[in-house]
Design a binder for this molecule. Structure first.
Ligand SMILES: *Cc1c(COP(=O)(O)O)cnc(C)c1O
Length: 449
């Protein structure tokens, strides 16, 4: 059929983008990549400083993962998990059970972090319904939380910038103040006082809502999108103890922190925590393909068992749930983790040391208020006044200007407001880390001094 409509040169409506600023043009176009490097249309190379939005792990075009996906293509690209299965999906699930914290024995696939979270929240809700505790409908979350952009996930979010506009569409939740030791709403005396206060606030709210709560959702250790807020040691464990004592589920959203980003395969391991539900995404396929998983304990899983007529079934699924190509990439990524000893190299070796040193050095800069990180995941908060911690005016977009300056130095970044995220693939080399920090420093100085 012939249309009269005009076809825009680039009809793509880009995510998280004020399209007016593009003025009809496309963003920078990346046409190839290799290792930790991205290449634009003109052949210019950029170090992938944020792991292609926190997803890439072993570098681009890793031969082992490439081969696994090609081999899978030679078998089948996609069928369905609604009524059928496939070997890679089952094998990956077994490996995820083996790798994740104690207690998690069941794997429900989907295709993005947001869907993994939607599934966790529906599972938690239905679980209590099936247990006969029908009064339970509330979820607790941290302020500044980010769990994805679909409406259920947005309900569990706490970032006003993204979430407030949709307020009337969202279900009510209980907001627990996030333990932010750099920016906190009350006057405090020293680090210990802050920590005590946040621990007490969480306890108070968990106690208060214990009878009506389905669960408490947290991003373990680091709240990513909020600006890399690193929680004080022991906070996750504290929440685990309280949720257990008050009989509500703990949902760990490890979409960002999972798969080695903080130095352990899963961030919950740092505090020996076993959540009741675990959400995985981003790095699960080493950044190759959309895949996500929601993992559950046997106790949750078995509450859904019953005769078909009882209607205990979890009625949820997506067309591309457990896609075979994505599962092949995920399995290959786990093989690379084992074969290359990725975690040892990234975290306990000289890379972590270099990352640590680089961050410490950036902290000296006049307009760097705070550096926050764990493993190879972190951010640098830029401030107008280091003494008073006064932020730059929102409309100055200092963070954005810094990443544009870094781009000129051959470094690709994406900020969170005025927090410059530094999150290279775990496969990053020592030389590449040097470039990451020198280019970032140069860009920050250029824009702020
Ligand atoms: C990115 C992210 C999500 C959402 O994942 P998508 O794949 O973008 O839907 C959820 N939770 C956390 C903690 C994230 O960082």
């Amino acid at each position: 059929m012939l249309h009269k409509k005009e076809i825009p040169a680039d009809p793509v409506w880009y995510p998280f983008t004020q399209m007016q600023e593009l003025a009809g043009k496309s963003p920078l176009i990346i046409s190839a990549a290799n290792g930790c490097w991205l290449e634009d249309e003109k052949g210019k190379q950029y170090l992938d400083g944020v792991s292609s939005l926190w997803a890439n792990v072993h570098g681009h075009r890793h031969p082992v993962i490439d081969r696994a996906v090609k081999e899978q293509l030679g078998r089948v690209a996609h069928t369905t998990m609604l009524g059928l299965s496939h070997p890679g999906g089952i094998e990956l699930a077994r490996q995820l059970v083996r790798l994740t914290p104690e207690g998690l024995t069941r794997v429900f696939y989907s295709d993005s972090g947001a869907t993994a979270v939607e599934i966790a929240l529906k599972m938690a809700y239905q679980y209590w319904q099936l247990r006969g505790e029908k009064q339970r409908h509330k979820f607790l979350k941290l302020s500044e939380a980010y769990h994805g952009d679909t409406i259920g996930a947005v309900s569990l979010g706490g970032m006003d910038l993204f979430h407030e506009r949709f307020g009337r569409l969202l279900f009510a939740t209980v907001k627990v103040p996030t333990p932010h030791t750099y920016r906190h709403p009350f006057p405090v005396e020293g680090e210990k006082d802050i920590v005590d206060r946040y621990f007490a606030l969480a306890e108070e709210l968990i106690e208060k809502h214990s009878e009506q709560a389905c669960g408490f959702i947290v991003e373990p250790l680091i709240q990513g999108a909020a600006g890399m807020i690193v929680h004080p040691t022991g906070y996750l464990k504290h929440i685990r103890d309280l949720t257990r004592r008050h009989d509500m589920l703990l949902i760990a959203d490890e979409v960002a922190v999972g798969f080695g980003r903080t130095g352990k395969m899963f961030a919950s391991e740092w505090e020996d925590v076993s959540p009741d539900l675990l959400c995985l995404g981003k790095g699960i396929t080493a950044g190759y393909m959309p895949l996500a998983a929601t993992m559950a304990t046997e106790e949750i899983f078995s509450a859904f068992l019953g005769d078909f007529k009882e209607l205990k079934t979890f009625f949820h699924g997506h067309t591309y749930t457990g896609n075979p190509l994505a599962c092949a990439a995920a399995l290959a990524s786990l093989a690379v983790f084992a074969g290359e000893k990725t975690l040892d190299a990234a975290v306990f070796g000289p890379k972590a040391q270099k990352y640590n040193d680089g961050m410490k050095k950036l902290k000296q800069l006049e307009h760097v208020g705070s550096v926050r990180y764990k493993g190879l995941m972190g951010g640098v908060e830029l401030v107008k006044n280091k003494n008073t911690r006064e932020a730059y005016p929102f409309e100055e977009r200092v963070g954005n200007r810094v990443i544009m300056a870094a781009r000129k130095e051959g470094l690709m970044l994406r900020p969170l407001g005025d927090v410059i995220v530094l999150m290279p693939p775990l496969a990053v080399s020592l030389e590449e880390l040097d470039l990451l920090f020198t280019a970032t420093e140069k860009a920050i100085i250029k824009v702020t001094e």
